[in-house]
Design a protein around this ligand. Structure first.
Ligand code: ZN
Ligand code: ZN
Length: 114
């Protein structure tokens, strides 16, 4: 939630050219949101079909995977025992978040539900 510093209206968050921007619907004031982590970018782009969702994630991961924690878990494809790990709230907030893993060796991405 963010309020316009000029007129006090509730601002609307919108994505423009991959950036999150807050826009005031009353006076038109704009402000770019701060985005520092891979997790935030991921959680705002997950709004497509199942197939598109995986593509978005794997593309983002190539850029940001060095920021992610690693866990000991076995890759279902190559048997490697280490993977990057992140959590995404994919649907409504009252549903449990989905855990994603990406194999550090073969790059395979899979998920697990809580
Ligand atoms: Zn305003
Ligand atoms: Zn693997």
């Amino acid at each position: 939630m963010k309020f316009c510093p000029k007129c006090g209206s509730l601002m609307i968050a919108r994505r423009e050219n991959g950036k999150l921007v807050y826009i005031c619907p009353r006076c038109g004031y704009r402000e770019e949101a701060q985005q520092n982590t891979a997790i935030k970018i991921l959680s705002t782009t997950i709004k497509h079909s199942e197939k598109e969702r995986m593509v978005v994630i794997t593309e983002e991961m190539k850029l940001e995977e060095k920021l992610l924690p690693k866990v000991k878990i076995q890759c279902p494809r190559c048997g490697n025992d280490e993977a990057y790990y992140w959590v995404v709230q994919t649907r409504r907030a009252d549903e449990p978040p989905t855990r994603f893993y990406k194999c550090t060796r073969c790059g395979y991405v899979w998920r697990e539900y809580d």
